[in-house]
Design a protein around this ligand. Structure first.
Ligand SMILES: *Cc1c(COP(=O)(O)O)cnc(C)c1O
Length: 387
């Protein structure tokens, strides 16, 4: 998405399904995170996967304006998109690179978390050619079983990498696999990391994701790499009251009908009405990213009331029971994630009901649903259609 695609959309007042993104909530969560970390600690704000479904460019601009020091991304495509949008902030690619990426990474001055000597070689060679130094963060696998050098090989590999004259080692890092669920295992990973901290004095360290940051303040180190909490979603339930969800997902009632007792609802007739009921058809389905596994399980909010989903969710439509809501009419707003009146539905609630995690709920929302950016500092992000 280029910078030009944000400012003004053609006015379409009757969107079927859309996502509101609240800049005030984002800035609030940044301030909350800052209170958890020492002054010297820098924030690597993680914006991979379209800023967790919130929109890469508008969110990144807002984070940068709010003083975020580094943006954490997944790949070179995201890096180039950010640079093309005029964002000059330091970037850090968190995933392994491939050989053809190296020259672009060096040309755009992007940092890379590396887990292998060959990545170091590619970057060193590209940097040598361009008369630059490539920035690398060395990762150690302290228990995640994904990226990083194995601890027993690390010292040896680092000594080899240190000899590459066009590389600059900017930090040493690791990643926790269970910071949200297992305090003991997380501490074990931390102690494994500390062994290296004494050996490689002078290098900055980073280990903490959102969950770890609220587990133990010492995990903050020199940088934190946080995503979920910035978007106002709590990695642990007790954190929920400290954060404000940035995203709300909405759709509309497109049809209402009264159906008799025993009438089946939707494909497979997985629900049969237990009494005469008023059923509202909503303009969203699994093709928009609302999990079909939420059929007959989740609720939506209409006029501040929880309405249960009835029958199978279809590609772009689903049915809810509005028998208790006689004032419900076609065109009404229905909230899938967010707050209406006194009621709220969180991404976490939908995650639990569909057997996944909040990260998957929010990154699964289809990219073609419009994001409305409200209360953003950067005017070019604003879209005030619904104000
Ligand atoms: C995605 C990611 C993060 C951010 O995790 P949150 O739980 O969203 O805070 C941090 N570090 C790495 C390596 C990641 O891939």
């Amino acid at each position: 998405m280029s910078k030009e695609s944000y400012p003004l959309y053609p006015p379409l007042p009757h969107l079927r399904s859309w996502v509101d993104i609240d800049g005030r909530a984002l800035r609030f969560n940044i301030r909350v995170a800052r209170t958890r970390i020492p002054k010297k600690t820098k924030i690597i704000a993680v914006v991979k996967s379209e800023a967790y479904g919130h929109g890469l460019i508008p969110i990144s601009k807002e984070l940068v304006q709010s003083g975020i020091e580094i943006l954490g991304i997944n790949n070179i495509d995201e890096a180039i998109e950010l640079r093309n949008a005029g964002i000059r902030t330091p970037l850090l690619i968190l995933c392994p690179i491939l050989a053809p990426d190296a020259p672009f990474i060096v040309a755009h001055d992007i940092g890379v978390v590396i887990s292998s000597y060959h990545e170091a070689l590619w970057l060193n060679e590209a940097a040598e050619r361009q008369g630059k130094r490539a920035i690398v963060h060395l990762k150690i696998d302290t228990g995640m079983g994904r990226l990083g050098f194995m601890p027993f090989q690390f010292i040896q590999e680092m000594e080899k990498i240190k000899k590459l004259s066009s590389l600059s080692i900017a930090a040493i890092c690791t990643h926790f696999s269970q910071a949200d669920t297992d305090i003991e295992f997380t501490e074990k990973q931390w102690l494994e990391m500390l062994k290296f901290r004494s050996y490689f004095k002078g290098f900055p360290i980073h280990v903490a994701n959102s969950a770890a940051l609220w587990r133990k303040s010492v995990y903050a180190c020199d940088y934190v790499r946080i995503g979920l909490a910035l978007y106002g979603i709590a990695p642990m339930t007790f954190l929920r009251r400290f954060l404000k969800p940035v995203m709300s997902w909405k759709c509309r009632v497109v049809l209402i009908k009264d159906l008799p007792r025993g009438h089946p609802i939707s494909y497979g007739a997985s629900y049969k009405l237990k009494k005469p009921s008023r059923i509202a058809v909503l303009s969203v389905g699994y093709g928009d990213g609302y999990f079909r596994t939420l059929s007959n399980k989740a609720y939506v909010l209409i006029k501040g009331k929880r309405c249960p989903i009835r029958g199978a969710i279809t590609m772009n439509l689903m049915m809810v029971d509005v028998t208790e809501l006689p004032s419900c009419k076609v065109g009404d707003e229905a909230v899938l994630i967010g707050t209406q009146g006194k009621e709220s539905i969180t991404a976490d609630e939908l995650a639990k009901l569909s057997g996944t995690i909040s990260y998957e709920i929010i990154t699964n929302i289809h990219a073609n649903l419009r994001r409305n950016y409200r209360h953003f500092l950067s005017r070019s992000n604003e879209c005030s259609l619904y104000e």
